[in-house]
Design a protein around this ligand. Structure first.
Ligand code: FAD
Length: 188
């Protein structure tokens, strides 16, 4: 098989890696691929990725490196609940990207649906992520990195999967929609 993968976020990159492992020829396309010494590398992934480790299949468990694994998933909805999913791991993105890249033929290029039909491959896999459509709902988050001691002082030392309790200063931010706090130890 010779396939083209459009979009090299986590989904496209892992899919491309699995296809290479099967002996397939894989061309990966993403305009966000970076150039290192003249050759493209996988895009920087800007999000943080957390996973319940026990939910992963065996091949993913041996492939995906974690920078930290918290013992359990704690949630406030607003009542406190501990979710029975086992450890919650934060993906070490840099290490994972290095593991995925060998064998994928990378192209720093945007490819749309009409162009994809001209690539001359056996299959095109669309991993371009969420595409904005009129009226679609969009999730927005921002994150801050805190040294462990600062997190401790702010009462943010315990991993929190979803904390839906109102912020102590919520009344100052009435215009906002529903929101939750997410706290994870990144291990570094
Ligand atoms: C606010 C927010 C918070 C999140 N928090 C978490 C979290 O805490 N933990 C977690 O696990 N997940 C989280 N997610 C979800 C996570 O970011 C997504 O599930 C994940 O990025 C999806 O991966 P993907 O590879 O499908 O798509 P994406 O990461 O969106 O990658 C798509 C890729 O396609 C490329 N592309 C786009 N158009 C083209 C084109 N025409 N041709 C070629 N390439 C193209 C883009 O450059 C991009 O690199 C969050 C998402 C959001 C929006």
């Amino acid at each position: 098989m010779h396939i083209a993968v459009l979009g090299l976020g986590p989904a496209g990159s892992v899919l491309a890696h699995r296809a290479v492992a099967r002996g397939w020829t894989v061309d990966g396309y993403d305009p966000a691929c970076r150039d290192t010494d003249g050759s493209p590398t996988l895009p920087e992934w800007r999000s943080t990725y957390g996973l319940p480790v026990a939910a992963l299949p065996d091949w993913a468990n041996s492939l995906i490196p974690f920078s930290s694994v918290s013992p359990g998933l704690s949630a406030h909805t607003p009542g406190h609940r501990v979710l029975d999913y086992g450890g919650y791991g934060m993906v070490d993105r840099t290490a994972l990207r290095e593991r995925l890249v060998p064998g994928i033929r990378l192209h720093r290029r945007r490819v749309d649906a009409p162009t994809a039909r001209t690539l001359g491959v056996d299959a095109v896999i669309d991993c371009r992520g969420v595409v904005d459509r009129p009226g679609s709902v969009r999730q927005i988050a921002y994150g801050i990195f805190l040294p462990p001691e600062t997190a401790q002082d702010a009462g943010l030392a315990t991993s929190e999967f979803m904390d839906w309790r109102p912020s102590p200063r919520a009344s100052e931010h009435r215009e906002g929609g529903p929101s939750f706090l997410y706290v994870q130890d990144l291990g570094d």
